[in-house]
Design a protein around this ligand. Structure first.
Ligand code: 5GP
Length: 116
């Protein structure tokens, strides 16, 4: 299975990559919603959170420690930031390759707007 993010990870599609190791890759979102908007993605294609297994726990843990390091690098750690993982239709997931959004650099407001 391949995805647009798998192509970015393999270097087949250009991206502003900010981190890569044997488990995860991070690159800037093409359509940023905040001054810092980075996607942290497992190198292996895992479509959604629903597809995670215990074998992926090291990778998921790495996503968080990389988020922490990148927040420090971006200078947003102290003021704070938001980590988001969307899942399926109600989560408004658009790319079916698990990814964590790291957003910061401005006040982000409440977590969700209330339904009308
Ligand atoms: P989702 O809604 O699935 O959680 O978020 C997908 C994110 O991927 C969106 O914020 C979108 O802007 C970003 N995105 C989609 N295609 C590309 C791409 O080709 N390159 C980069 N860097 N980001 C992308």
């Amino acid at each position: 299975m391949t995805t647009i993010f798998a192509k970015i990870i393999r270097g087949e599609i250009p991206s502003d990559m900010v981190y890569q190791d044997e488990l995860v890759t991070a690159f800037r979102d093409i359509s940023p919603m905040a001054p810092t908007h980075i996607l942290i993605v497992p190198n292996k294609v895992i479509p959604t959170v629903n597809d995670l297994t215990e074998d992926d726990e090291l990778t998921v843990g790495r996503m968080f420690t990389v988020a922490k390091k990148l927040a420090e690098q971006e200078g947003i750690a102290e003021d704070g930031y938001r980590l988001i993982v969307n899942c399926n239709k109600h989560g408004h997931q658009e790319v079916f390759h698990l990814h964590m959004h790291l957003l910061g650099g401005r006040p982000l407001g409440r977590m969700l707007s209330k339904p009308n």
